[in-house]
Structures are given as structure tokens and as C-alpha cells.
Design a binder for this molecule. Sequence first.
Ligand code: SAH
Length: 342
Amino acid sequence: MKKAWSILPEEWREILISASVRPFRAEQILHSLYRDWIEDWDMATTLPKDLREKLKEEFPITKALVKAVAKSGDGTEKLLVGFEDGEAVETVLIPARDRFTQCISTQVGCAMGCVFCASGSRGVVRSLKADEIVAQYMLARKRGEITNIVVMGMGEPFANYDETLRALKLLNAGKGPNIGARHITISTCGVVPGFEKLASEGFQFELSVSLHAPNDKLRSELMPVNKRWPINELVEACKNYTLKTKRIITFEYTLIKGVNDSRAQAEELARLVKRVPMAKVNLIPLSPVEHRPDFKTPDEKTLLMFLDVLMKANIQTMLRRSRGKDAAAACGQLRLREREKL
Ligand code: SAH
């Protein structure tokens, strides 16, 4: 049984033809799903009743619900989205002057085990299906018109490659939600085989790579994935990706006090980033997490020093400000809190 929110527009035609339904119904189905935003096939009143019954049985619309909302003073909203089996993921809505960004999850928990990240602190429960990734958008869009999507919620997208890409293709489809590919960012901790696969898709999605350390010794301590795909292999994959796609790669670097925030480390990072053509850097001050009270956010002076070193090395760098802290919007924390309440 396939779920309606996992079927790409071009696939509906094929499905109907093979079921001997006239193909013009595909347009009506797509209109119902992505212009009328139906949540139940009974609402698709342009379709004949027998077709609606068939769709209900064979291509049901995913049941997902908002189980909790946490609002932050800066306008950020975090939703806990529950699925049919009772599992839940987080999605965060981040309003800004010129855009409305949604951060979506691809897995319940995460297997990557980055030591500073709450999502991975209890391992992975399961991967989401494409329709469950799309469902997060479907629930969020009722709260405002979403212009941008970042795959930076719970989970490692390249560890759930096929379902994630299917969901993003659907969100991007002109006859679907129609979110521009350049407004969709995939973030990976560095699962190298994913780079080549993504480059061969021919999509214009943006790619971010979570780096967080300028050398293998420290990166392996912070991110176990580095033992499998160390920095040299990662840089090689990034180079090939940029050469093939002509697209920029953004390196994410979460700054942790006394761990990866020294001047020498900034200089080492600058040298590393220069090995990749068309790369830029996002610096993100750590959001403190309960399971690692020893990890702290660097002070303002250190953040600016680190930024300055990269800028002077002619690297395009942004210092991001963490949003939604008072909504426990930082990385995996709402789900953990909700579980602790049970
Ligand atoms: N697995 C993917 C996407 C999810 S994490 C990846 O690793 O890129 C999204 C981003 O949040 C990553 O850059 C991740 O390293 C970062 N992150 C995780 N925990 C954090 C924390 N406590 N403070 C700041 N950034 C964090």
C-alpha cells in the first residue's frame, strides 16, 4: 500500500492508466491534494465516489497530528508531530523578514551519535517514510506560507536517502507544494556515498555539510561518522560535488567553548575550507544540551574572533544566531522532554 503523499505527480498518471482510470483524473487528484489541501479522500468532491473509495483503500492519506507546540519569544514555533505508530519527530518553524523556513526531520532519533546533539543521544528508532516527511510540511503550512525548507531536524538524511529524496522531489514538484529547489537545503554529517548520489539527481537543492572540527582527531571525537569517512574523503566528495553540480557547499561549524573555538582551530579550518572550491561557512554557537552540561557556548568575543579569522582568509562566513532557545527548539529537545513527561 502506497501513501498518497509519497506519490510524485508524474506517477499518478501511470497509476491511473494501469488501473484503467482515465488519466485526466490525475490532474484532479493533484489539485485536490496540493491546491485544496484535502486531508481525507472524502473531501475530494470532484472525483466520483467509487474512485474516492478506491483511493482510500489503496493510497490513503497519512494520518499525522501535532502532539505538542512550543512557542519561543522570537516567533519560532516547534511542533511535535506524531505518526500512526505513536512515534514522533520535531519540526521547527522559523519566521524571518523575507522568508518562512521549516526545519524538517527524516528519522525518529538518529544513529550518528554526534556527542553535542540531543537527537542522537538515544540512538535511532526508525527512519521516516517519504509521506511522513511530507506530512510535517502539511501540518506546518496551516500555520503560515512556508517559503524554505531545511533538512536539519532529527536524523541523518543520507542514512534515509531514498525516502528523503522522494519527499523533497514531491515538495519541489510544480504540481505539488512547489517549493523552489534552491529554497530546499539538505544537511548531512558527512555520509560520503550520498554526495555522489545527490549530484547525479540533477536537482538544484542546496547542500550543507556539518563539519564542526578542522582535523580528524577532534572530528572523530565529536562525530563518530568521521571514523568511517574521514576528512580527506569528505573533502574529496565535496570537491567532486561542486565540480559536477557547480553548486556551492556550505560547511556548518558549531562552536563549542574550549573544544573547537581557538584561533589556531579557526586558521586550520580556513585552510581546510580552501581545499573545496565554492565553499562557504556558517558558524553556529552551540545550543546547550541536557546530556552534556560540560559543553558550553563560547562567549561573544570568541565568536567574533573566530569569524574574523575566516573572513580575513577570504572565506564567505556567516555567524548564525540560534533561534528558538526558550522553546527548546535546539536540536531534539522537545521530543526528549515530551518522553520524560510520560
Ligand atoms: N544529520 C544532519 C542534519 C541534522 S542536524 C547533519 O548532521 O547535518 C542539523 C545541524 O544541527 C547539524 O549541523 C548539527 O551538527 C547541528 N547541531 C546538532 N546539535 C547541535 C547543538 N546542540 N547546537 C548547535 N548545533 C547543533
